[in-house]
Design a protein around this ligand. Structure first.
Ligand code: ATP
Ligand code: MG
Ligand code: MG
Length: 389
């Protein structure tokens, strides 16, 4: 399909699903991640000795250079990579990097990302810079009102990096809980629902969006994703796709982007954040869309024609399998049950250790109607322990 070799910074579950898609197209992949047996490397034997995977961190400059020496295109499955090294590779070589290092630089700092989006006309709720001092955070709370969401600007995922300040007396605790990372503050958004749209952008700068979906979070972690988005407002899905496409158009580089949004009671939309890579809210596309987010990411960065983003089933849901403890037993129970449910597909990520709050896998269910979907999902939800994180 393409002689080009792709190097991926990061080898977790998103890298694993990218690798699975690449194998169908016979596209060669080299992974950079710590260890030899992470989720992506496990399922992908190196094509040749020269194309051996790289053992090291996606934030280690020397290891990124080692990866770059082996490949034609670099891409990421995580945004917390070393951008200066990617910029250096971009200047010194003819390797294509998608999305562009400048896009990753903007997105990996959530405060800078919000500034970028608001200066490009995307709808964003109020936010402000803070110093990591009680005085500065208190001033922000006084301006934004209670509750205030205090957020780490960098290295955030699964809500680790967020602290909801509900009372001025919690300010010190919030700062120490978020550690020594740079912070900023966001006004609390009393959203009616959370929604998301995956958008894929070609090397020529054209964008194509997937259907809008509803995402349900528990304790800041994505729990369920429903597609298509159901609403009495017939304009909503189209409006959400338009907002997401406009935001991705303001960034450079090719590939797939996940756009997380807040839907307000009055139908208004705010962008929460953008991921410059495949995204949890797009896992459902593997079974439920004409072309998965993973395959379209590969097609986009290889300058191949994009596939249709349309749903090919009437209704679908994705359930994340999140660790409850150090034991996989509860997850195994739910996955075994899923094997007995029509339309259910199990994805396990092959992570060595199960931990509370860690994403260990997911289940996608497809159905002929919303009623059938709910009937298929119900026993899976009932099988989860009460202490669902
Ligand atoms: P991800 O795993 O999606 O990258 P993250 O660590 O970057 O997560 P956010 O997406 O910023 O975290 O926030 C996680 C969740 O916290 C959101 O999906 C939403 O449920 C809630 N949240 C975030 N910001 C706000 C806000 N300003 N007001 C209310 N709730 C919020
Ligand atoms: Mg995030
Ligand atoms: Mg998020």
């Amino acid at each position: 399909m393409s002689e080009k070799v792709i190097g991926i910074l990061g080898g977790g579950q998103l890298g694993r699903m990218l690798a699975a898609s690449a194998s169908l197209l016979n596209v060669k992949i080299v992974i950079l991640d710590v260890g030899d047996h992470g989720p992506a490397k496990q399922i992908l034997a190196p094509t040749t000795a020269q194309l051996a995977h790289v053992d090291g961190s996606f934030s280690d400059p020397q290891k990124i250079r080692t990866l770059a020496d082996k490949v034609d295109i670099l891409t990421v499955e995580i945004e917390h990579v070393d951008v200066p090294t990617l910029e250096e590779v971009q200047k010194a070589t003819s390797i294509a990097i998608h999305p562009s290092p400048s896009t990753i630089r903007i997105i990996q700092d959530k405060y800078r990302q919000k500034q970028h989006l608001s200066s490009h006309g995307s709808p964003i709720s109020p936010f402000m810079a803070v110093e990591s001092t009680a005085e500065s955070v208190r001033a922000a709370v006084n301006q934004l009102g209670l509750p205030t969401m205090l957020k780490s600007r960098t290295l955030a995922y699964d809500g680790r990096g967020n602290y909801a300040i509900r009372n001025l007396s919690e300010v010190e605790q919030a700062i120490s809980a978020l550690g020594d990372r740079p912070l900023y503050a966001e006004k609390w958004v009393p959203f009616a629902k959370e929604i998301a749209v995956m958008v894929v952008r070609t090397t020529a700068g054209e964008v194509l969006s997937y259907p809008a979906v509803e995402t349900v979070h528990k304790n800041n972690i994505c729990h369920l994703v429903f597609a298509p988005l159901r609403s009495r407002d017939a304009t909503l899905a189209h409006r959400a796709r338009t907002v997401a496409e406009a935001a991705v158009k303001s960034l450079s580089g090719a590939g797939i982007f996940g756009v997380e949004m807040f839907l307000m009671e009055d139908g208004g939309l705010y962008i929460n954040e953008i991921a410059p890579r495949p995204h949890n809210s797009g896992h459902y596309t593997i079974e439920a869309c004409e072309t998965s987010q993973y395959e379209n990411h590969l097609r986009a960065i290889l300058s191949l024609p994009l596939g249709s983003t349309a749903l090919k089933v009437p209704s679908t849901v994705m359930l994340n399998l999140i660790g409850y403890s150090n034991s996989m037993d509860d997850i195994t129970k739910t996955t075994k049950l899923a094997l007995t449910i029509p339309g259910a597909s199990v994805h396990l990520y092959g992570k060595a250790d199960c931990r509370k709050g860690r994403k260990m896998g997911h289940i996608t269910v497809v159905a002929g109607s919303d009623a059938e979907l709910r009937a298929r999902l119900r026993p899976l939800l009932q099988s989860l322990p009460d202490s669902t994180p």
